[in-house]
Design a protein around this ligand. Structure first.
Ligand code: NAD
Length: 473
């Protein structure tokens, strides 16, 4: 789609908004309900499209991660919308409040939010933020990822049927279309994807001073204390790491385990994979890598680590041969004793490879986290409260889950987002409503009855103005 066509849609959305004013509570609820219906009525088509896009995408997992996990975002917004829309009364400074002035914060919609979404959870990362965007009373222009083409086509078909173009418009295409998309004068731009592309997004948005929310990724560490139950930790880590074959922004990226627990944890992780997936190659519950490009990238990370001295420990419960296969599956693979010069310790892995480092003092793990960019998520396993507090207070990350992985993203009442290089801004719950609203300051001055009192601070100034200022400040 050309620049002019996108601009026409945006102008149409803006004209609609100005003509009708901010959408009422009822209209916002109606939009959220239509979104829920389109997802639930088409859930089997959704999981089929995802399966086709990935080669193998666990339909059971898709039903959970790209259908049912969206519903709490919609329901939570519906439940709290009245309260959020009410805004809040504030206290005007003394003595004007005392004399009848009023102050409040009114949350007004921004207008049209541009939304660029990635391929790893095409539906979830479209409709979960869309719940916040609609709740806040905005319209949406959406550009899904070109990598998951069938899912993108399906989203367009379903959204075109459920919404007017003035409410939700889908624009299909790859990076070229994405680049044109980011040149539009949106009222806000939400981008979910890699940090590398985020730099282009920010640069383009800066031309029109369009505010951005960036949902990025990074290397989310797992710290396993010597106070942890290794078998439980191993199961939870591997469930998170093997889901979507590790193609998750919040996937455990690398493990730092206390030396006393290393052997137990490693054998627990192998057992866990065997329990979840007795075989992998023809098992439709084990998802494949999305395409050849990412498959080659991950194989490259393994080769590089091997060359530089890492021990590669593939977890292949049925001992299958992956050299000939229809999809791009990679078995869960531990990379033992990684060093900082290895590419796998420099870039976000985004696949089923899992480096395992050891530490003996918790501060070693803390300073390793602090040497790197602030991650999207951080996971601490252990029952030592003071150690847990030390880890949480001496590291910074978008979010934290203790004694599990990924858990904080499932909490609707918690903001989801990164910090610094892992992202800017957040959505979910009330924070999502606020991200896509303008917190408008409204001040109503005292009436004419007391207007004379203001003459003390108006020209022509009489006497010592400081005397008056001291009294009123
Ligand atoms: P990506 O950055 O390659 O692509 C994301 C989107 O940007 C796609 O729709 C793509 O078409 C578009 N795009 C690409 N080049 C563009 C350009 N120059 N201008 C405008 N748009 C452009 O990311 P990806 O590979 O789809 O996703 C993987 C990354 O996303 C990982 O880093 C992961 O951690 C991150 N991610 C973050 C979250 C989160 O919620 N924080 C969720 C999922 C993925």
């Amino acid at each position: 789609m050309e620049h002019q066509q996108m601009q026409d849609i945006l102008n149409k959305q803006k004209a609609f908004f100005i003509k009708n004013g901010p959408p009422s509570y009822d209209l916002r609820i109606d939009r959220l309900n239509r979104m829920k219906t389109l997802i639930m009525d088409n859930r089997y088509k959704i999981v089929d499209a995802l399966h086709a896009d990935f080669g193998v995408r666990s339909k059971n997992q898709s039903m959970a991660t790209d259908v049912y996990t969206i519903i709490p975002s919609i329901e939570y917004a519906k439940k709290n919308l009245k309260k959020w829309m009410a805004g809040s009364k504030r206290k005007p400074n003394f003595p004007l409040g005392f004399l009848g002035a009023k102050a409040s914060v009114d949350y007004e919609p921004l207008g049209t939010v541009g939304m660029i979404s990635p391929w790893n959870f095409p539906m979830f990362l479209t409709f979960s933020p869309a719940a916040s965007i609609f709740a806040a009373g905005n319209q949406i222009m959406h550009k899904p990822s070109e990598y998951t083409e069938q899912s993108a086509n399906l989203m367009k078909e379903l959204c075109d049927a459920a919404f007017d173009e003035e409410e939700f418009a889908t624009i299909l295409g790859g990076p070229d279309v994405g680049a044109t998309f980011t040149q539009q004068k949106f009222d806000h731009l939400l981008y979910t994807g890699s940090g590398a592309v985020a730099k282009h997004i920010m640069r383009a948005a800066s031309e029109n001073l369009v505010p951005v929310t960036l949902e990025l990724g990074g290397k989310s560490p797992v710290i396993v204390s010597n106070s942890t139950d290794s078998a439980i930790a191993a199961k939870r880590i591997m469930l998170g790491k093997t889901m979507n074959a590790g193609q998750i922004c919040l996937a455990p990226d690398y493990i730092m385990v206390h030396s006393d627990k290393k052997d137990e944890l490693v054998s627990g992780m192998k057992d866990a994979v065997g329990d979840f997936y007795p075989d992998l190659k023809h098992n439709d519950d084990y998802t494949s890598i999305v395409n050849q490009k990412h498959y080659d990238r991950l194989q490259g990370l393994l080769e590089d680590a091997k060359e530089k001295g890492a021990v590669i420990d593939e977890i292949n419960p049925a001992n299958e041969d992956f050299s000939q296969q229809e999809a791009f599956k990679i078995p869960p693979t531990l990379v033992m004793n990684p060093t900082d010069d290895m590419e796998i310790m420099k870039e976000e892995i985004f696949g089923p490879l899992l480096p395992v480092k050891e530490f003996t003092e918790i501060d070693e793990a803390i300073s390793y986290v602090n040497k790197n960019d602030k991650p999207l998520g951080l996971y601490y396993f252990g029952s030592n409260k003071s150690e847990e507090n030390r880890v949480l207070s001496r590291t910074s990350s978008g979010g934290v889950t203790v004694n599990d992985v990924l858990g904080h993203i499932q909490q609707e009442d918690l903001p989801f987002g990164g910090v610094g290089p892992s992202g800017t801004g957040s959505y979910h719950g009330e924070e999502g409503f606020k991200t896509f609203s303008n917190a408008k300051a409204v001040y109503k001055q005292i009436g004419s009855r007391f207007d004379k009192l203001l003459s003390a601070i108006r020209p022509p100034y009489k006497g010592d103005i400081e005397k008056v200022l001291k009294q009123i400040t």
